[in-house]
Design a protein around this ligand. Sequence first.
Ligand code: SF4
Length: 596
Amino acid sequence: MSGRDFHFVMIKPTHYDDDGYPIQWLRSAIPSNTLASLNGLAEAARNRQVLGKDVRIHLHTYDETNKRVRPEKIARDIRKAGGKALIALVGVQSNQFPRATDLARRFLGLGLPVAIGGFHVSGCISMLDEMPEEMVRLQKEGVVYFAGEAEDGRLDDVFRDAFSDDLKPLYNFMADLPSLEGEPTPILPTQHIRFTAGSHSSFDLGRGCPFQCSFCTIINVQGRKSRFRSADDLEQIIRDNVAQGIDRFFITDDNFARNREWEPLFDRLIQLREQESFDIKFIIQVDTLCHRIDGFIEKATRAGVNRVFIGLENINPDNLMAAKKRQNKITEYREMLQKWRAYGATTYAGYIIGFPGDTKESVLHDVEIIKKELPLDLLEFFYLTPLPGSEDHKVLSSKGSWMDPDLNKYDLNHRVSHHPKMSDEDWEEAYRQAWASYYSDDHIETVLRRAAAHRKGRPGNKLFLMMWFKLMVECEGVHPLEGGYFRLKFRTDRRGGLPLENPLMFYPRYLAEIVAKHWVYLSAVWRVYRIYRRVKASPGRRTYSDLAIAPMNRSEEEDLAMIRETRGGAEAVAKQLRDAALSKAGKDRAKAASAL
Ligand code: SF4
């Protein structure tokens, strides 16, 4: 080895399906923000020549959801090129930890040093008194952990330690969250983007959140104090990406509406779009009170936001209180969704199943209410999951309650704990039926009719997205967010501990699966396409109206099932009226005082 070259291999691992094969696609759904952020930092470190003028730093990025990782080949290539190396398994979530463990062992066996970072490592170090067993075991085998964020020159230090064979067992920056302003911008090489459906790139503009939802890991990893990138940083990100031909972006901040710099950020995007004709589009995530922020939705859509993820989580105030999601007011949901609809944005909402007040019947009743009364386009369901790093996990751990020991299942698409009221079977059945009910042909038709009734409704786009969600769940057995097009499976990549299958069994079955799935895809698409054509051809499509999209006054809203039939709905309305009266009285007092 020459010692004058340093290879930094960044791998975002996937996780295993129920048969033990890594979930991989020809085209995956969403590119990894962590990979983009770390690659941006690594490029900056290379440009600054942090290992000295005579050391060439080589960067290699792998998103395992769309690119197979072959440790033996990577090791061979590094050996051939010469020099030292560090394998970084990045952004590893709890459900990806078993896959990261298998990869780490293979790289260690090939004599390459391995570091693991991401939400599992950071969350466990932040919330648990002791490192969990699986982490301790791997650390003893030689894996290095990185907890916290890599900005502020921290990656440079890791490079230097790796280059001088002096890596520490743990880099712990949890107590010191860096500022993001002026930090290198997240960027991924174009070939990654080509392997994502819709060719989106992703980046974050802020980290941290002031709220305290008990199921959330973000607040315990990224902190409750929000930190932001500046409008100049944002412009740089856009220009760098557009120069590579990338103009569709997913801004990964969990709650962009609480980014106090939202307005200058949107203004800069508006300027790029309206004065320099940048054809850029964005997906953002917001909370249910974003419509109360003056001008937020108007500016968001002018800035190019055309899809919005909303953390609805539940429509029962008692469940929201139990999860400390006090900021969600069900009385605001309709108005907020109607406003996004008026501005032509497609709305997605997350709905968590398994809060303490839920029963199978109540969950399915809630789904019916949402279908009827909320003008929502896409709904995605999740099991309430005690993710390591969340308050829920800490509480269950301290009580010694059962949690599934297989971290691979902590993908929000598997049940990993018991429910206080529902049997395991009822909980799983409620989850399955909720998906089936929302993505039934009848409801797809309703969503298309609502879209066709609005001049900015884009029913074709809604149809595509609804079918994507439906088919990922029904055909592929994965959550839509980790889905993709054309499932790849490699016989020899099976999960450690499971036997390798006989090729004569594996390949014919894989082929049969592909044929069967494509048959289901085609027949489902043909069926809903006929619905779409019917909706588009309907002469009265512009005048269609229903309970979800019709304008209503406050007293009519009080009659909605979402208010009358949810647990705590009526109290929520009473509180809203009380708050409004108090706020009005305050304003009147201030007005009277200023008139004196
Ligand atoms: S609003 Fe989102 S990021 Fe903030 S605490 Fe709740 S779940 Fe976490």
